[in-house]
Design a protein around this ligand. Structure first.
Ligand code: RTP
Length: 151
């Protein structure tokens, strides 16, 4: 099977502190996506500024950088058909006040500045983010249950 689409998913410091790592991984895993990379790390300010470079002009940028550097995060690469768009649906709208129940943010977050998780918003950005967070690449493996997930 050709390499499928990949998304970069990051559990932010509030998600780690609140013990939501297992719950979040379970949602992606049970959907059928494949975990290809996984790192627990605490990032530096300069790294956070690189990850969120597109938002550097926003008024909340300073607070956002402070937030994502405030504790360890779980950086992941998930693979599967349509994982970027579907991953965003699993995560829910940016502002948890607008995230549907059943989504991660809809179920576990209240404030936009503590919204638990990040997911790539396009295939191109996913590639850039995976290159930034996993400079040594990810694990090359396939689930043996693929025929039970894809027709
Ligand atoms: P993410 O990149 O974290 O997946 O979030 P997103 O695409 O849904 O939202 P984006 O607009 O890229 O914003 C990135 C993160 O910045 C924080 N934020 N705060 N205070 C505010 O108005 C505000 N707006 C955005 C959120 O943590 C958001 O996830």
């Amino acid at each position: 099977m050709a390499t499928m689409e990949q998304s970069f998913i990051m559990i932010k410091p509030d998600g780690v502190q609140r013990g939501l790592v297992g719950e979040i991984i379970a949602r992606f895993e049970k959907k059928g996506f494949t975990l290809k990379g996984l790192r627990l790390m605490q990032i530096e300010k300069s790294f956070a500024e690189k990850h969120y470079a597109d938002l550097s002009a926003k008024p909340f940028f300073g607070g956002l950088v402070e937030y994502v550097t405030s504790g360890p995060v779980v950086a992941m690469v998930w693979e599967g058909k349509g994982v970027v768009e579907t991953g965003r649906k699993i995560i829910g709208a940016t502002n948890p006040a607008a995230s549907a129940p059943g989504t991660i943010r809809g179920d576990f977050a209240i404030d936009v500045g503590r919204n638990v998780i990040h997911g790539s918003d396009s295939v191109d950005n996913a590639k850039k983010e995976i290159a930034l967070w996993f400079p040594d690449g990810v694990v090359d493996w396939q689930k043996s249950v693929h025929p039970w997930i894809y027709e």
